[in-house]
Design a protein around this ligand. Structure first.
Ligand SMILES: [Zn+2]
Length: 464
């Protein structure tokens, strides 16, 4: 049993008692029982624990042990070469962008880090660039192959691997799987009590690593996996089936329609990854043809002009967006994205106005893992350099918070409430909501509870 004393719930000061992992009483002047742990809230806002509706746990954990290869850490070829050469062993780089040293392949990587085994992930997450030594290690020069391995006219791989995360992970084996505990701990500091892993097609090694981390407590968050088999895995729940659409390699429309029908026939919804206007239009055409299932949703919907938003609404689909990219990538978008697409980037208010259920995720490690950064960006729509992107898409602080407080199964549905009987997944702030909403930031989080257990606290809970 645990008592949270003098918290602010929906604007009212109250005490909250937790028992058996659930909220069991809310009232004023609840007396601590003998031996009961007490968390003194001192008027701080008590919120539902945040749920990140779209991130990539293993990739995030791996990135913590990887060389940053893009801005702001690395801005030119010289700095990139130095960073790669400074690491021993098979170097894993992340966050690459062409502004650093153009399009990379094995030849340019061999020049930057001669003789070294190097693999670098593009910051989009869709491309790995390998040095010659890395190509050899993976057997790519000796017959190993997969759709997505780019080859030149002579059949030799260029070292560029498109959408082959799962293949790489399984090929590198379990010793390459990272420790998930630092990610679990980071999430608790943000007040995150649940996450949806959006990695498609998780293989056996990846599924086992996630299950072991959940069972052992390294990942204390509720987990929902979009890349797990339909029945889930070792007690981990499967969400809608993640399918990735890539404009450069779209299937034939009837082929996608068949896939959608097959997933639906098994009673499972789909989560379709669409980042371009063309990918989104293609996905909607296929879903229209297949017939949507409740729970079907679009991941990202990064470019969503009004006619496509209307179509999403008509089909009754949900959207999981990433407002954090407005902050972390907005300046690049303002430079690189076609002007006609700019007003429709990572929309928020536009979806809400059309009645589309809208949830959000960080997309960590491709986006910053701190959901509060995304929440504040949904409010101010400001880029890192201070420019505004899609001013008309701004949400109120309350609506922005709700992007992360709806149930894992229904992003954008009704926000979870703190009420007797509810699972005690909670996030306590050090200030009242009226103050917190002025500048939403994770530094306000003072304690995080998962199923009634204190997962993290800035201070030790006292005894009653
Ligand atoms: Zn993602």
């Amino acid at each position: 049993m645990l008592l949270i004393r003098d918290a602010e719930l929906d604007g009212v000061r109250a005490d909250v008692r937790i028992d058996g992992g659930r909220v069991c009483a809310i009232g004023s002047g609840l007396a601590a029982r003998p031996g009961e742990a007490v968390v003194e809230a001192r008027g701080g806002a008590l919120l539902p624990g945040l749920h990140d509706h779209h991130l990539h746990l293993l990739a995030w954990a791996a990135s913590l042990a990887s060389v940053p290869c893009g801005p702001p850490a690395v801005r030119d070829a010289q700095a990139l070469g130095a960073a790669l050469r400074a690491r021993p062993g098979f170097v894993r780089g992340v966050g690459y962008h062409e502004s650093v040293a153009g399009a990379l392949d094995r030849t340019s990587l061999d020049r930057l880090a001669p003789g070294r085994a190097v693999r670098i992930q593009h910051r989009s997450g869709s491309l790995w660039m390998l040095s010659s030594e890395a190509c050899r290690t993976l057997g790519l020069d000796a017959g190993a192959d997969a759709p997505g391995v780019e080859r030149d006219g002579s059949g030799r791989t260029t070292g560029r691997l498109f959408r082959l995360d799962a293949w790489l992970r399984e090929r590198l084996g379990t010793e390459a799987l990272p420790d998930l505990a630092p990610v679990g701990e980071q999430l608790t500091r943000y007040g995150v009590t649940g996450v949806t892993d959006a990695t498609p097609d998780l293989g056996p090694a990846a599924l086992d690593a996630l299950a072991a981390a959940a069972e052992g407590g390294a990942l204390p968050q509720r987990l929902l996996l979009l890349g797990a088999p339909a029945g889930g895995h070792r007690g981990l729940a499967a969400g809608p089936r993640k399918l990735v659409l890539d404009e450069r390699a779209l299937p034939a429309l009837p082929e996608l329609v068949e896939r959608l029908r097959a997933v639906h026939a098994a009673g499972r919804a789909v989560a379709l990854h669409c980042v371009t206007r063309a990918e989104l239009a293609f996905a909607l055409a296929a879903l229209e043809e297949a017939g949507p299932l409740p729970g079907d949703r679009i991941e990202h919907a990064s470019v969503a002009p009004p006619e496509l938003v209307g179509w999403i609404a008509r089909l009754g689909l949900g959207v999981v967006t990433q407002p954090g990219f407005v902050r972390t990538r907005g300046d690049d978008y303002l430079r690189d994205v076609e002007p006609r697409d700019r007003p429709w980037l990572y929309r928020c208010a536009g979806f809400a106005a059309a009645g589309v259920a809208l949830g959000a995720g960080s997309d960590a490690p491709f986006g910053a893992g701190d959901p509060w950064l995304a929440i504040q960006a949904a409010v101010d729509r400001r880029t890192a350099a201070g420019a505004t992107l899609g001013a008309g898409e701004a949400l109120s602080p309350e609506a922005a918070l709700a992007l992360f407080t709806t149930s894992p199964e229904a992003p954008g549905g009704a926000p979870r409430r703190i009420a007797p009987g509810a699972r005690a997944d909670l996030c306590l702030l050090d200030r009242p909501w009226a103050k917190a909403r002025e500048r939403l930031a994770s530094e306000a989080v003072v304690a995080t509870l998962g199923a009634g257990r204190v997962l993290w606290s800035r201070t030790e809970p006292g005894a009653g």
